[in-house]
Write a protein that binds this ligand. Sequence first.
Ligand code: NAP
Ligand code: ZN
Length: 346
Amino acid sequence: MPIARGYAATDASLPLTPYTFERREPNDDDVVIAIKYCGICHSDIHQARNEWGGSKYPMVPGHEIAGIVTAVGAKVTKFRVGDRVGVGCFVDSCTTCAARDLDNEQYMPGLVQTYNDVEADGKTPTQGGYSDSIVVKEGYVLSIPENLPLDAAAPLLCAGITLYSPLRHWKAGPGKKVAILGMGGLGHMGVQLAHAMGAHVTVLSQTLSKQEDGLRLGADAYYATSDAETFAKLAGTFDLIICTVSAPIDWNAYLGLLKLEGAMVLVGVPEHPVPVHAFSLIPGRRSLSGSMIGSIRETQEMLDFCGQHGIASEIETISASQINEAYERVLKSDVRYRFVIDMATL
Ligand code: NAP
Ligand code: ZN
């Protein structure tokens, strides 16, 4: 079995520590990847700390993986040694069920997450990208465009696709007013992607401290949600609001910012339920919805779109020993705008 080195959470309340573990023996349809960079997604923190329940330890988090192919199985046709590749939030899905839908595979029951899950064999734990290597079926490996640096491309594998998919589904584009709620890892990707799709983009952030960055990344307007005036000024404005916030907020107040038939889409995952009043939805035939990452096909489309438009994440590169400190800074919204671990520092 190939040996990997990484960082793992061993309990919800303990810091991550160095961890050595076995990767599975590569099969004919597998790609072996030397991981160069891995982004730190807020979902890593939720799961390392068991905020969603059911966490499995030891857990090597990380699903924003960018690296180089070091070996391919005999049946692999799409990748060669030396290719620049990425791995996102899942490494397997239904391959046999009749309802299999390649454009919606992230919603199928057989999904196998990159970490905190078990492989299709039903027993081997999956372990993620805070490590120096990974073995992945070729159907779940993505190509990273040549013009995007590997470190800044890593966060596209989760933050990028999580915003790209709902922006496409709800048809962000010319003539549409889109608000991105929360200017963090997901949010700063949403600003760039919605702008490149031609939509009018507004950032709704707690304060104006990141306004300059928001406008530079393509926002047309930027408002502080700590200012009550914002809600009066923007009432009935947006076709689409994408909420990336994982803290408890008053969704009713934000639903009031939607136009007739506007949609608010949740991608951030608060720990506790938030009450929604029926009258926040009924008078404007508004909808409240959710969206989860994207299919492999759509993720490749997103990467190619980012390559064409020169879009990548704004990153702060850290060494592996700084992961715990980085978690604390993410929780304080003190990151511009994604931490990426340089695996050479392991
Ligand atoms: P992040 O970098 O921490 O960004 C979240 C942003 O929320 C912060 O930058 C901050 O923006 C805002 N925020 C924080 N605390 C707030 C508060 N008390 N009130 C209002 N706004 C607050 O996190 P992320 O990595 O982007 O992830 C965001 C959420 O999406 C997490 O829950 C994560 O698990 C989830 N997620 C979901 C999917 C999916 O498929 N649906 C995929 C990936 C991640 P401002 O400073 O601008 O206010
Ligand atoms: Zn993520």
